[in-house]
Design a protein around this ligand. Sequence first.
Ligand SMILES: [Fe+2]
Length: 577
Amino acid sequence: MATLTTNLFWGQGERDHRLYVTDGHWPTDMAGSVFVVGPDNRQPGGHWFDQQGLLCKINLIPDRKGRVVVQHRRIKTPLDRIRNRFPKLFKTLLFMEISPFGLSNLANTNVQTIDDRLFIGYDAGRPLEVDPETMKYITPVGANDEWLQSLPGLLEPGISVAAHPASDVPDNRLWFVNYTPMPINRRVFVAAWDLEGPIRRWEVEGIGEFDSIHDIKVTEDYLIFTDLPFVTEPQVFQGLPPSHPNKDTTTMWIVSKADIAATPVGGKVPCREIIVPMPTGHLSVDYANPGGKIRVFLEHIPLQDLMVMIHREEYSHFTGGLMNPNHEGLVTLAVQPGCVGKYVIDGESGHIHESEIAWDDRFWGAVLATKDESSTKARDHQGQLWYTSLGYDPALVPETWWQLYANAGLHSLVDPDELPIEPVPAAIARFDRESMKVAEVFAIEAGAFAHPPTFVPRRGATDPDDGYVVCIIHRDGPKEVWVFDGMDIERGPLAKATAKDFNPPLLLHSTWMPPRPGKRPSSYKIPLSRDLRGATRQFFPLIGGLLKAGKDIAKLEAAAAKAAKAEQAGSPELVDQ
Ligand SMILES: [Fe+2]
C-alpha cells in the first residue's frame, strides 16, 4: 500500500472557506494574500493538468472572528463560458483540450505578479490578467495577432508562451518566450510587454534542439531561459506509454538586453547556448550581474517524466500491484532527491565559471519551490529557497517509468538500482544558496505533504528572507494551511488552520501579493472582436503550414528508415550472422 494520501483530486470547485486556527498562533505580521492556481479537478481521472484553472486566494489577515478566509474562483475566460454551453464541441487530449475554437487556454499553471497586477501563465496559451481583488478574468495579454501562432483556432489558436514570464521590476516590464512547439521549422521569440500597449517580439537565432520552454528569468543585462523535457509522442494520445526517456541535460539560453535594444522589433538577436547535466523544472537568477556574471540557480529534476502518469492499468514496479485509482492523473515526480544547482555564467561568452549542486537524502520527490522576491535586495541577490516534496514511496514507482528509465544510463543523483526500499516522508526543506547546503528539513506526517509553498515577507522586514512560508497541506480528511517561520523550518508549523469541509484539489504554482493600494492601475483590455480577427486571419495559413510540416516529417521519417535499413545491411555483426 502506498503511503501517499489518496485525497489529491477530490476538489470542490468554486467555494469559500473560513478556516479556524487549530494549533499555534497565526502570525500578526503577515499582510496581503497568497494566490495559488491549478487545474480545477473534482475527481481523479485523466491527467492532473487537464482542467480549467482554479484560482485560490488565502487572505493572510484573519477576519474579525480570527478565521482565515480562503476563496476559490474559476478563471472564466470567454472559451470557458462557451465550453459550459457547448461541452460536446470540446475534447480532452491528455493534458490539453481542443475544439473548433482552437487549443483551449486552460489558464491553470502559474501566477505572476508585478505592479499590483496578477497574471496567469499557461504554456500552450497567452498569459491572462485577473483582478486580485475580485479574482475575475480581465483580459488576455496581447491580442492573438501579436503572438506567434502555431495551431489554427477560431478564437484561441495554439500560442506557446512559457508559463513563467520574467518580472523586470525596475523596468516595469514582463518578458516572455513565445515559440513553435513542433520540433520542425522551430522559431523562438523573446517578447517584452510594458504592462500597457503592444507586445514587442525579437526572434532568437542559434537555438538548438529542445522539447519545450517553461521558464524565463531576467537580470539587469540579460534574459535567461531553459528547456523543459516534455515530449508528447503521438502514440501517447492513444493511451500507449512513451517509448523514449526524456533527455538528461538542461539547455540554457542567454540573450543580451543590449542586443535587443539595438535591434528593431521583429528583428533577430543572437543567444549563447549552454548545456549542463540533469534536466530542470524551474530557475531563478540574481537580478544584479556584476562584471557581466550571472548567478543562476536551477531546480533540477533528474529522471522526472511529466508524461508518465499514474492510470488505472498502471502497475507499481516494486509491489507488482495495480496503482490506487485515487492517484490517477499524478505524474512521476518522486523518484529522486530534490536538487538545486548553482551556476555562475559569463553573460557575454556563456562560459561557466562555477557550478555546484546541493541535495539531501532526507528530501525526496521535490515538486515546487518558493523564494523571496519582494524587495530589491532580495531580487538582486538570491538567498534562501524553500522546497516542498512528496517524499518517495516504492509503491508509487510506475512500471512504465521503470521500463523507460531503469537502464537508460541517464544523469541522476541516485541510480534506479539503488532506490530506497522504504518510503521517505514528504518534507519541506530550506536550501541556503550562499553555502549551497540543505540547511533544514522538516518531515511531514506519513501520507501528508505540503504543496505549494509560498514565501510571505514579514511586514516591515528590511532583510531578505525575513518572513514565513505558507503551505497547503494535502492529507486524508480535511486539508490544512500551515505557516512556518522561514528561517526556522525545523521548529515545525507556527500555526495550522483548517475547517471540516476544506478540500482544495492539488493545484500548481503560487505567489504572494501585498494588498493593492487602490483600483487596478490600468485599463488595458484586448477587445474580443480584435482577437477573433487575429485568429481567423491566420486560420488557413496555419492549416497550410501544418500540412507542409506533416509532409516534411513524413519525408524525414522515410529518410531515417532508409538510413537505418542501409546501416543494418552494412552492419558487420548482421553480416556475420
Ligand atoms: Fe512551472
